[in-house]
Design a binder for this molecule. Structure first.
Ligand SMILES: C[S@@+](CC[C@H](N)C(=O)[O-])C[C@H]1O[C@@H](n2cnc3c(N)ncnc32)[C@H](O)[C@@H]1O
Length: 359
């Protein structure tokens, strides 16, 4: 949510020009190779779906018949493990999610039984998650080719106040951070912003170490995904960068160092430091950070004090730097003591935040 424009530009950069944007979903026409490329390379997308069918249905019989008339054979075979992962309905005659789920699954299984002349679909094979979306009686059936949120890059271990990897990547893109810019995150926690930046600098595909459920779907040959992974591996560049992080919690920095290592990165420097003591030897650069929000009333005093320290420190020692601060606290500018050049609404999970931009 809030990332459509960032994703749109990411898609343009990958060469996809004809895009339709609608309510959190960007659609494009593509090939199976594109499915692989998008899963491997998109930094700010949630998941990659294939729209397999779109039809009108007012009754359960309509729904059953429409699903039955879809040719499922390009996508599913006799052993596919089909799950209906989510159903959303708006302004539609059919609204019982469990009934819609059961009918669609039954209809797909019947269609496969007819197609393969078998009485059983044993569901021991590749997992195919399906999403159903209905709006004004218009149903869309989508195959989830990712199988998990694309934010799960595989480098992160458990952490209590994480920033989604996709959102960290979006913050870097919105700040127009370039690998030649010095970067500092003075509340770096487990290091997500730093790691995403280094991955961008080195042109590491964010999906390189992920496994996607569609990799073993029948329409891909066994070499399709490994070849694309090899191409992505060959595209990694060896480059230097100036990426720094600090945090006042030394334990979290252990996690950050561990995650940096798991991501296969080096040259990111992190140290224990309170915001009130941060310095840099560079005259210019970008501070990109998500400090604590203080959602609970009892925490607000300490976060406001922190914003105040940030404002003072940035204005004194980082005069010619640009700052991009993500927080859900509406009073940020007051305590930071400076009005943002620009604000942008973003969501961290379900929490509505603003990216306060000073440039
Ligand atoms: C919301 S978390 C940041 C999460 C981080 N982006 C990540 O990817 O894990 C906020 C961080 O600010 C740190 N912090 C709080 N007060 C601080 C201070 N005065 N100086 C430096 N860091 C501070 C916390 O320890 C915490 O790690």
């Amino acid at each position: 949510m809030g990332l459509e424009t960032v994703l749109k530009f990411e898609l343009y950069d990958l060469g996809y020009k004809k895009l339709a944007i609608d309510n959190g979903i960007i659609s494009l026409e593509g090939t199976l190779d594109d499915v692989i490329e998008l899963n491997l390379w998109l930094r700010t997308a949630g998941r990659v779906f294939i729209d397999v069918a779109s039809f009108n249905a007012h009754t359960f019989d309509d729904l059953f018949d429409a699903v039955q008339s879809v040719d499922w054979s390009p996508w599913l075979n006799k052993t596919s493990k089909i799950t209906i992962d989510s159903v959303s309905t708006k302004h539609s005659d059919l609204f019982s999610k469990s009934d819609i789920q059961a009918i669609v699954k039954k209809s797909i299984i019947t269609s496969l039984q007819d197609r393969y002349g078998t009485k059983t679909i044993d569901e021991t094979g590749a997992h195919v998650p399906i999403r159903i979306h209905a709006l004004n009686n218009q149903f869309t059936l989508r195959l989830d080719t990712s199988g998990h949120g694309l934010n799960k890059r595989g480098y992160r271990t458990r952490f209590d106040a994480p920033l989604r990897e996709t959102l960290a990547a979006a913050m870097l893109k919105l700040s127009r951070w370039a690998p030649s810019d010095a970067l500092l995150d003075p509340c770096c926690g487990s290091g997500t912003i730093l790691i995403e930046a280094a991955m961008m600098a080195k042109n590491i595909a964010p999906g390189l170490n992920q496994t996607f459920c569609s990799e073993s779907w029948p329409m891909f040959s066994p070499t399709d995904w490994p070849n694309a992974r090899q191409t992505a591996t060959d595209a990694i560049i060896d480059t230097d960068y100036r990426i720094y992080g600090s945090d006042n919690n030394p334990d979290i920095l252990k996690t950050a160092r561990y995650n940096i290592k798991r991501a296969g990165l080096d040259g990111i420097f992190v140290e224990t430091k309170c915001v009130s003591n941060i310095r840099s030897r560079f005259d210019q650069g970008k501070i990109i950070s998500n400090p604590p929000y203080g959602i609970r009333l009892e925490d607000q005093g300490s976060t406001h004090k922190l914003y105040n320290q940030m404002g003072h420190q940035f204005n004194t020692h980082f005069k010619d730097w640009h700052y991009y601060i993500l927080t859900a606290d509406d009073d940020f500018e007051t305590y930071f003591n400076k009005k943002a050049t620009k604000k942008r609404k973003l969501f961290n999970g379900n929490i509505r935040c603003d990216l306060y931009q000073y440039f």
